[in-house]
Design a protein around this ligand. Structure first.
Ligand code: SF4
Length: 377
């Protein structure tokens, strides 16, 4: 049998340890020396994942919290992995960032910081952790790296992409700058670090209007989400130049679908994400970012609501809002759903897949993100 990647990693880390790390201090010491840090990062053995009566009892309070959104038949498969992940986080001095579109067993049971992509990266910069496990998609892990350059960023599945982020490249932006000389470039945070590096400033769905108007000019490029840009253009006198990028989840909603909900229940409240097409947003009672939608439900406590966005969000918000009935249209993000308890566990066990950003790109990309943060929401 040949030597596998894991064996090679083991041999390599062992030889580094023997050659350079004579320290025998405790792994969980408060001050992380290079030696203790290196030891924290050694691959671990797969723990026992049996669902025993003792484990069932120990995990019962957690299940009580999520029982309305996690079927009881699935819990025996989830509970041992949740326990193992939460224990490994301590060994690695790791935090898990879980996006609003992650499934409830991830969002509520292993996530330490939850929210939208920018919230996650900003919050992570404030925690004292060596490792961040990004439960979201690749551009989010890159943004976390930009704002946390000294931390190790892991993504459980490196193939977790995004149709919006993949719709545009740095070369496209350089061409657009030639086509529209002097026109500022605003890029949505749902882009690669390479694209952010070519931008003047980033924006989120909650601050896009403020960012666009911050230049005080009459034309701005807002890339790559065509629908977000069109929805914002309706609220400003600034001419917004768009790009044909779409979120494959939100572009599937139609105004007819929303009208059907209203025909079925005239009192229903509909809230939509601004990545939806403008004719869908026009049918909604409120439109806002994922955080905006969550806050709207918390504050307004509608009797029945449809959240026109990725399906896991309704499940996650339902846990905190037991008096609200959620009608759940289900458009799944296949990229977000690449993240599972199994690959989160493997990510922490074997310290993979690490996400890095070329330092030449990182400096300029960070500037675009920081300009937005400095502008405030
Ligand atoms: S929901 Fe849309 S914008 Fe978000 S990661 Fe999936 S494809 Fe990208």
């Amino acid at each position: 049998m040949g030597v596998g990647v894991f064996d090679l990693y083991n041999m390599l880390t062992m030889s580094i340890k023997e050659a350079e790390m004579p320290d025998t201090g405790e792994i969980n010491s408060a001050v992380a020396t290079p030696a203790t840090k290196a030891r924290r990062f050694e691959p671990s053995e797969m723990p026992d994942l049996e669902y025993t009566p003792g484990l069932a009892k120990e995990m019962a309070p957690l299940y009580e919290k999520v029982k309305h959104v996690v079927p009881s038949i699935e819990w025996p498969f989830f509970a041992p992995k949740i326990k193992a992940i939460n224990e490994l986080k301590k060994t690695r001095n790791a935090v898990i960032l879980a996006h609003n579109y992650q499934t409830p067993e991830i969002f509520h049971c292993v996530g330490d910081i939850v929210g939208d992509s920018l919230q996650l990266a900003k919050e992570a910069a404030r925690v004292d952790a060596d490792v961040i496990v990004q439960c979201g998609v690749h551009f989010m892990a890159e943004t976390s790296k930009l704002l946390n350059p000294d931390k190790t960023i892991l993504i459980p599945d490196v193939k977790a992409g995004c149709s919006l982020a993949e719709s545009i490249t740095g070369a496209d932006i350089r061409l657009l700058r030639q086509q529209y000389p002097g026109v500022p470039v605003v890029t949505y945070v749902n882009t690669s670090a390479e694209v952010k590096a070519e931008s003047d400033i980033c924006c989120t769905s909650s601050n896009a209007l403020k960012v666009i108007e911050s230049f005080g000019v009459d034309r701005v490029m807002c890339l790559p989400d065509e629908f977000l840009a069109q929805n914002i253009a309706k609220q400003t006198k600034v001419k917004v130049i768009t790009w044909k990028g779409h979120c494959e989840v939100h572009e599937r909603f139609t105004p007819e679908e929303l009208r059907a909900y209203r025909r079925d229940d005239p009192n229903i409240v509909i809230i939509a994400h601004p990545e939806c097409p403008p004719d869908v947003v026009a049918e909604a009672d409120f439109s806002g970012s994922t955080s905006g939608m969550i806050n709207w439900v918390k504050t307004n406590q509608p009797k029945r609501v449809v959240m026109v966005t990725e399906c896991s969000m309704s499940d996650n918000v339902a846990v905190e809002n037991p008096n609200v009935e959620f009608v759940r249209p289900c458009n799944l993000c296949p990229h977000m759903k690449r993240i599972t308890l199994d690959n989160i566990l493997e990510s922490l066990l074997y310290m993979k897949e690490e996400v890095t950003v070329d330092p030449l790109i990182a400096g300029r990309a960070r500037l675009a993100v920081e300009r937005m943060i400095n502008l405030g929401n």
